[in-house]
Write a protein that binds this ligand. Structure first.
Ligand code: PEP
Ligand code: MN
Length: 336
Protein backbone atom coordinates (compact mmCIF):
# COMPACT_ATOMS: atom_id res chain seq x y z
CA UNK A 1 0.00 0.00 0.00
CA UNK A 2 1.35 3.44 -0.87
CA UNK A 3 0.40 6.65 0.92
CA UNK A 4 1.24 9.68 -1.20
CA UNK A 5 1.72 12.74 1.00
CA UNK A 6 0.68 16.28 0.12
CA UNK A 7 3.69 18.26 -1.18
CA UNK A 8 3.17 20.86 1.54
CA UNK A 9 2.40 18.38 4.35
CA UNK A 10 3.50 19.71 7.73
CA UNK A 11 6.25 17.73 9.46
CA UNK A 12 4.18 17.33 12.65
CA UNK A 13 1.21 15.93 10.69
CA UNK A 14 3.49 13.39 9.02
CA UNK A 15 5.03 12.47 12.39
CA UNK A 16 1.54 12.03 13.89
CA UNK A 17 0.48 9.58 11.18
CA UNK A 18 3.84 7.82 11.30
CA UNK A 19 3.39 7.17 15.05
CA UNK A 20 -0.14 5.84 14.39
CA UNK A 21 1.12 3.42 11.72
CA UNK A 22 4.13 2.32 13.79
CA UNK A 23 1.72 1.45 16.60
CA UNK A 24 -0.09 -1.14 14.45
CA UNK A 25 0.73 -4.84 14.68
CA UNK A 26 2.27 -6.54 11.64
CA UNK A 27 2.53 -3.40 9.55
CA UNK A 28 5.93 -2.41 8.15
CA UNK A 29 6.27 1.33 7.49
CA UNK A 30 8.84 2.74 5.08
CA UNK A 31 9.58 6.27 3.87
CA UNK A 32 10.19 6.57 0.14
CA UNK A 33 11.50 9.76 -1.43
CA UNK A 34 10.86 9.74 -5.18
CA UNK A 35 12.05 12.94 -6.83
CA UNK A 36 10.09 15.64 -5.00
CA UNK A 37 7.26 13.26 -3.97
CA UNK A 38 7.02 12.04 -0.39
CA UNK A 39 5.56 8.56 -0.11
CA UNK A 40 5.06 6.14 2.75
CA UNK A 41 5.08 2.45 1.80
CA UNK A 42 3.20 -0.06 3.93
CA UNK A 43 3.68 -3.82 3.89
CA UNK A 44 2.33 -6.69 6.01
CA UNK A 45 -1.30 -7.01 7.12
CA UNK A 46 -2.49 -4.00 5.16
CA UNK A 47 -6.01 -5.42 4.57
CA UNK A 48 -6.96 -4.20 8.01
CA UNK A 49 -6.21 -0.62 6.94
CA UNK A 50 -8.86 1.14 4.94
CA UNK A 51 -7.72 3.67 2.36
CA UNK A 52 -10.61 5.83 3.45
CA UNK A 53 -9.50 6.11 7.06
CA UNK A 54 -5.94 6.96 5.98
CA UNK A 55 -7.36 9.83 3.91
CA UNK A 56 -8.57 11.36 7.15
CA UNK A 57 -4.97 12.28 8.04
CA UNK A 58 -4.17 15.91 7.16
CA UNK A 59 -0.95 15.06 5.37
CA UNK A 60 -2.39 12.46 2.96
CA UNK A 61 -3.12 13.25 -0.66
CA UNK A 62 -3.81 9.78 -2.08
CA UNK A 63 -3.73 6.11 -1.07
CA UNK A 64 -3.04 3.31 -3.55
CA UNK A 65 -3.23 -0.41 -2.95
CA UNK A 66 -0.60 -2.45 -4.76
CA UNK A 67 -2.12 -5.81 -3.93
CA UNK A 68 -5.76 -6.78 -4.22
CA UNK A 69 -7.62 -6.85 -0.91
CA UNK A 70 -8.60 -10.49 -1.50
CA UNK A 71 -6.17 -13.26 -0.68
CA UNK A 72 -7.95 -16.62 -0.47
CA UNK A 73 -9.64 -16.01 -3.82
CA UNK A 74 -6.45 -14.69 -5.44
CA UNK A 75 -4.38 -16.63 -7.93
CA UNK A 76 -1.24 -15.08 -6.44
CA UNK A 77 -1.67 -17.16 -3.32
CA UNK A 78 -3.02 -20.24 -5.11
CA UNK A 79 -1.52 -20.40 -8.62
CA UNK A 80 -3.23 -23.64 -9.72
CA UNK A 81 -6.86 -23.70 -10.85
CA UNK A 82 -9.18 -24.93 -8.12
CA UNK A 83 -11.07 -28.07 -9.02
CA UNK A 84 -14.37 -28.35 -7.17
CA UNK A 85 -15.72 -31.84 -6.78
CA UNK A 86 -19.43 -32.18 -6.06
CA UNK A 87 -20.49 -35.79 -5.63
CA UNK A 88 -18.03 -36.86 -8.32
CA UNK A 89 -18.90 -34.03 -10.74
CA UNK A 90 -15.81 -31.84 -11.14
CA UNK A 91 -15.62 -28.24 -12.22
CA UNK A 92 -12.50 -26.14 -12.86
CA UNK A 93 -8.95 -26.96 -13.94
CA UNK A 94 -10.07 -28.33 -17.31
CA UNK A 95 -13.23 -29.99 -15.98
CA UNK A 96 -16.29 -28.46 -17.66
CA UNK A 97 -19.71 -28.67 -16.04
CA UNK A 98 -23.18 -27.84 -17.26
CA UNK A 99 -25.91 -26.88 -14.80
CA UNK A 100 -29.36 -26.95 -16.40
CA UNK A 101 -32.97 -26.86 -15.36
CA UNK A 102 -35.94 -24.57 -14.92
CA UNK A 103 -35.82 -21.15 -13.33
CA UNK A 104 -38.15 -22.43 -10.64
CA UNK A 105 -39.41 -25.80 -9.51
CA UNK A 106 -43.14 -25.85 -10.32
CA UNK A 107 -44.35 -29.43 -9.93
CA UNK A 108 -43.15 -33.01 -9.62
CA UNK A 109 -43.96 -33.74 -13.26
CA UNK A 110 -42.15 -30.59 -14.45
CA UNK A 111 -38.91 -31.04 -12.51
CA UNK A 112 -38.64 -34.79 -13.09
CA UNK A 113 -39.23 -34.54 -16.81
CA UNK A 114 -36.75 -31.65 -17.26
CA UNK A 115 -34.16 -33.35 -15.03
CA UNK A 116 -34.30 -36.56 -17.08
CA UNK A 117 -34.06 -34.72 -20.39
CA UNK A 118 -31.14 -32.46 -19.45
CA UNK A 119 -29.26 -35.42 -18.03
CA UNK A 120 -29.61 -37.39 -21.26
CA UNK A 121 -28.28 -34.37 -23.18
CA UNK A 122 -25.18 -34.14 -21.00
CA UNK A 123 -25.97 -31.83 -18.06
CA UNK A 124 -23.94 -32.57 -14.91
CA UNK A 125 -26.10 -30.67 -12.41
CA UNK A 126 -29.80 -29.88 -12.05
CA UNK A 127 -30.80 -26.31 -11.27
CA UNK A 128 -34.19 -25.13 -10.05
CA UNK A 129 -35.30 -22.37 -7.71
CA UNK A 130 -37.39 -23.26 -4.67
CA UNK A 131 -37.07 -19.75 -3.24
CA UNK A 132 -37.24 -17.09 -5.94
CA UNK A 133 -36.06 -13.47 -5.73
CA UNK A 134 -38.76 -11.64 -7.71
CA UNK A 135 -38.82 -7.98 -8.58
CA UNK A 136 -42.55 -7.80 -7.92
CA UNK A 137 -44.01 -8.92 -4.59
CA UNK A 138 -47.02 -10.26 -6.53
CA UNK A 139 -45.00 -12.69 -8.68
CA UNK A 140 -44.60 -16.44 -8.02
CA UNK A 141 -42.06 -16.80 -5.22
CA UNK A 142 -41.31 -20.50 -5.60
CA UNK A 143 -42.62 -23.56 -3.78
CA UNK A 144 -40.26 -23.08 -0.83
CA UNK A 145 -39.44 -26.22 1.16
CA UNK A 146 -41.85 -28.26 -0.99
CA UNK A 147 -39.73 -27.28 -3.98
CA UNK A 148 -36.63 -28.50 -2.16
CA UNK A 149 -38.32 -31.88 -1.61
CA UNK A 150 -39.08 -32.11 -5.34
CA UNK A 151 -35.45 -31.31 -6.17
CA UNK A 152 -34.32 -34.08 -3.82
CA UNK A 153 -36.70 -36.45 -5.56
CA UNK A 154 -35.26 -35.44 -8.96
CA UNK A 155 -31.73 -35.99 -7.63
CA UNK A 156 -32.67 -39.42 -6.39
CA UNK A 157 -34.15 -40.39 -9.76
CA UNK A 158 -31.36 -38.94 -11.95
CA UNK A 159 -28.26 -38.82 -9.71
CA UNK A 160 -27.76 -35.19 -10.73
CA UNK A 161 -26.47 -33.03 -7.86
CA UNK A 162 -28.82 -30.10 -7.20
CA UNK A 163 -28.07 -26.37 -7.38
CA UNK A 164 -30.61 -24.04 -5.81
CA UNK A 165 -30.73 -20.52 -4.42
CA UNK A 166 -30.61 -19.66 -0.73
CA UNK A 167 -32.10 -16.24 -0.07
CA UNK A 168 -32.16 -16.05 3.69
CA UNK A 169 -30.40 -17.43 6.75
CA UNK A 170 -33.75 -18.86 7.85
CA UNK A 171 -33.25 -21.95 5.67
CA UNK A 172 -29.53 -22.43 6.25
CA UNK A 173 -29.97 -25.78 8.01
CA UNK A 174 -32.25 -27.15 5.29
CA UNK A 175 -29.76 -26.16 2.61
CA UNK A 176 -26.79 -27.51 4.59
CA UNK A 177 -28.54 -30.84 4.82
CA UNK A 178 -30.16 -31.20 1.42
CA UNK A 179 -28.49 -29.08 -1.26
CA UNK A 180 -25.32 -30.01 -3.18
CA UNK A 181 -24.42 -26.52 -4.42
CA UNK A 182 -25.86 -23.48 -2.66
CA UNK A 183 -26.57 -20.68 -5.12
CA UNK A 184 -26.18 -17.12 -3.91
CA UNK A 185 -28.15 -15.02 -6.37
CA UNK A 186 -27.03 -11.80 -7.99
CA UNK A 187 -29.21 -9.71 -5.69
CA UNK A 188 -27.60 -11.23 -2.60
CA UNK A 189 -23.98 -11.11 -3.77
CA UNK A 190 -23.26 -8.45 -1.19
CA UNK A 191 -25.53 -9.76 1.55
CA UNK A 192 -22.53 -10.08 3.83
CA UNK A 193 -24.26 -11.71 6.83
CA UNK A 194 -25.60 -14.40 4.46
CA UNK A 195 -22.18 -14.88 2.83
CA UNK A 196 -20.56 -15.32 6.25
CA UNK A 197 -23.09 -17.93 7.32
CA UNK A 198 -22.79 -19.84 4.04
CA UNK A 199 -19.00 -19.78 4.35
CA UNK A 200 -19.22 -21.64 7.64
CA UNK A 201 -21.08 -24.57 6.04
CA UNK A 202 -18.05 -25.67 4.00
CA UNK A 203 -20.31 -26.62 1.11
CA UNK A 204 -19.91 -25.79 -2.59
CA UNK A 205 -21.34 -22.35 -3.40
CA UNK A 206 -22.32 -20.88 -6.75
CA UNK A 207 -21.83 -17.13 -6.33
CA UNK A 208 -23.51 -15.00 -8.99
CA UNK A 209 -22.16 -11.58 -9.90
CA UNK A 210 -24.34 -8.71 -8.73
CA UNK A 211 -26.05 -6.79 -11.56
CA UNK A 212 -24.04 -3.67 -10.76
CA UNK A 213 -20.93 -5.22 -9.26
CA UNK A 214 -17.37 -5.00 -10.45
CA UNK A 215 -15.18 -8.07 -10.80
CA UNK A 216 -13.21 -7.06 -7.71
CA UNK A 217 -16.45 -6.78 -5.73
CA UNK A 218 -17.39 -10.28 -6.88
CA UNK A 219 -14.00 -11.55 -5.73
CA UNK A 220 -14.38 -9.78 -2.38
CA UNK A 221 -17.77 -11.47 -1.95
CA UNK A 222 -16.07 -14.82 -2.66
CA UNK A 223 -13.44 -13.88 -0.07
CA UNK A 224 -16.21 -13.50 2.54
CA UNK A 225 -17.36 -17.06 1.90
CA UNK A 226 -13.81 -18.40 1.84
CA UNK A 227 -12.83 -16.53 5.00
CA UNK A 228 -15.56 -18.52 6.74
CA UNK A 229 -13.73 -21.73 5.86
CA UNK A 230 -15.26 -22.80 2.57
CA UNK A 231 -12.85 -23.07 -0.36
CA UNK A 232 -15.44 -24.42 -2.80
CA UNK A 233 -16.71 -21.30 -4.52
CA UNK A 234 -17.82 -21.26 -8.16
CA UNK A 235 -18.18 -17.78 -9.64
CA UNK A 236 -20.88 -16.91 -12.14
CA UNK A 237 -21.03 -14.16 -14.76
CA UNK A 238 -24.75 -13.59 -15.43
CA UNK A 239 -24.76 -10.21 -17.13
CA UNK A 240 -24.51 -6.76 -15.66
CA UNK A 241 -26.68 -3.68 -15.85
CA UNK A 242 -25.65 -1.19 -18.52
CA UNK A 243 -27.42 1.49 -20.56
CA UNK A 244 -28.31 -1.15 -23.19
CA UNK A 245 -31.98 -2.16 -23.19
CA UNK A 246 -32.02 -4.67 -26.07
CA UNK A 247 -31.11 -7.47 -23.68
CA UNK A 248 -32.17 -8.07 -20.06
CA UNK A 249 -28.56 -7.55 -18.93
CA UNK A 250 -25.27 -7.15 -20.79
CA UNK A 251 -23.19 -10.32 -20.79
CA UNK A 252 -19.69 -9.32 -19.76
CA UNK A 253 -17.77 -12.16 -21.34
CA UNK A 254 -14.44 -10.46 -20.86
CA UNK A 255 -15.06 -11.07 -17.17
CA UNK A 256 -14.20 -14.74 -17.77
CA UNK A 257 -10.53 -14.30 -18.76
CA UNK A 258 -10.18 -11.35 -16.36
CA UNK A 259 -11.46 -13.39 -13.39
CA UNK A 260 -9.34 -16.36 -14.40
CA UNK A 261 -6.23 -14.19 -14.44
CA UNK A 262 -7.02 -12.83 -10.98
CA UNK A 263 -8.46 -15.91 -9.31
CA UNK A 264 -8.04 -19.68 -9.24
CA UNK A 265 -11.78 -20.23 -8.73
CA UNK A 266 -13.87 -21.76 -11.54
CA UNK A 267 -16.10 -19.42 -13.53
CA UNK A 268 -19.40 -20.37 -15.14
CA UNK A 269 -21.55 -18.28 -17.46
CA UNK A 270 -25.33 -17.89 -17.33
CA UNK A 271 -26.46 -16.91 -20.85
CA UNK A 272 -30.14 -17.09 -19.81
CA UNK A 273 -30.23 -14.27 -17.26
CA UNK A 274 -27.55 -12.40 -19.21
CA UNK A 275 -29.73 -12.03 -22.30
CA UNK A 276 -33.32 -12.58 -21.17
CA UNK A 277 -34.28 -14.13 -24.54
CA UNK A 278 -34.19 -17.82 -25.45
CA UNK A 279 -33.11 -17.11 -29.04
CA UNK A 280 -29.92 -15.41 -27.80
CA UNK A 281 -28.97 -18.24 -25.47
CA UNK A 282 -27.31 -20.42 -28.11
CA UNK A 283 -24.88 -17.81 -29.44
CA UNK A 284 -23.93 -16.58 -25.99
CA UNK A 285 -23.48 -20.14 -24.73
CA UNK A 286 -21.03 -20.92 -27.52
CA UNK A 287 -19.21 -17.63 -27.00
CA UNK A 288 -18.99 -18.39 -23.25
CA UNK A 289 -17.38 -21.76 -23.96
CA UNK A 290 -14.91 -20.10 -26.34
CA UNK A 291 -14.10 -17.45 -23.73
CA UNK A 292 -12.64 -20.15 -21.47
CA UNK A 293 -15.51 -20.58 -19.00
CA UNK A 294 -15.39 -23.67 -16.79
CA UNK A 295 -19.08 -24.30 -17.20
CA UNK A 296 -22.56 -23.02 -17.93
CA UNK A 297 -25.83 -22.54 -16.10
CA UNK A 298 -28.76 -22.59 -18.50
CA UNK A 299 -32.51 -22.35 -17.96
CA UNK A 300 -34.43 -25.18 -19.62
CA UNK A 301 -38.21 -25.59 -19.44
CA UNK A 302 -40.44 -28.25 -21.01
CA UNK A 303 -43.16 -25.62 -21.62
CA UNK A 304 -41.52 -22.18 -21.66
CA UNK A 305 -44.82 -20.53 -22.62
CA UNK A 306 -46.38 -21.76 -19.37
CA UNK A 307 -43.34 -21.22 -17.10
CA UNK A 308 -44.08 -19.45 -13.82
CA UNK A 309 -40.76 -17.62 -14.02
CA UNK A 310 -38.39 -16.61 -16.83
CA UNK A 311 -40.16 -18.46 -19.66
CA UNK A 312 -38.92 -15.95 -22.26
CA UNK A 313 -35.30 -16.91 -21.65
CA UNK A 314 -35.84 -20.65 -21.20
CA UNK A 315 -34.91 -23.05 -23.96
CA UNK A 316 -36.72 -26.33 -24.53
CA UNK A 317 -35.06 -29.68 -23.82
CA UNK A 318 -34.80 -30.25 -27.57
CA UNK A 319 -32.93 -27.00 -28.19
CA UNK A 320 -30.76 -27.79 -25.15
CA UNK A 321 -29.85 -31.18 -26.64
CA UNK A 322 -28.68 -29.61 -29.93
CA UNK A 323 -26.85 -26.89 -28.03
CA UNK A 324 -24.92 -29.42 -25.97
CA UNK A 325 -23.74 -31.08 -29.17
CA UNK A 326 -22.37 -27.73 -30.37
CA UNK A 327 -20.78 -27.08 -26.96
CA UNK A 328 -18.94 -30.38 -27.24
CA UNK A 329 -17.68 -29.44 -30.69
CA UNK A 330 -16.41 -26.04 -29.52
CA UNK A 331 -14.67 -27.76 -26.61
CA UNK A 332 -12.99 -30.17 -29.01
CA UNK A 333 -11.67 -27.25 -31.07
CA UNK A 334 -10.36 -25.56 -27.92
CA UNK A 335 -8.51 -28.68 -26.84
CA UNK A 336 -6.70 -29.09 -30.20
C1 PEP B 1 -31.65 -17.58 -11.12
O1 PEP B 1 -30.61 -18.21 -11.34
O2 PEP B 1 -32.79 -18.08 -11.22
C2 PEP B 1 -31.57 -16.15 -10.75
C3 PEP B 1 -32.56 -15.53 -10.12
O3 PEP B 1 -30.43 -15.58 -11.18
P1 PEP B 1 -29.77 -14.16 -10.82
O4 PEP B 1 -29.55 -14.18 -9.34
O5 PEP B 1 -28.48 -14.19 -11.61
O6 PEP B 1 -30.71 -13.10 -11.28
MN1 MN C 1 -34.42 -17.33 -13.67
Amino acid sequence: MLIILKPDAAAEDIAYMYDFLKGMDNIIVQHIQFESAKIIGLAGDTEKLSANSLLSFNCVERVTRIQEPYKLASRKFHPEDSVINVAGQKIGGGHFAVIAGPCSVESEEQILSIAREVKVSGANFLRGGAFKPRTSPYSFMGLGLDGLELLKMARQKTDLPIVTELMSEEYLDNFAEDVDVIQIGARNMQNFPLLKQVGKLNKPVLLKRGPSSTIDELLMAAEYIMAGGSAKVILCERGIRTFETATRNTLDLSAVPVIKSKSHLPVVVDPSHATGYWHLVESMTLAAVASGADGLIIEVHNRPEAALCDGAQSITPMIFRRLMQKVRRIREVLSE
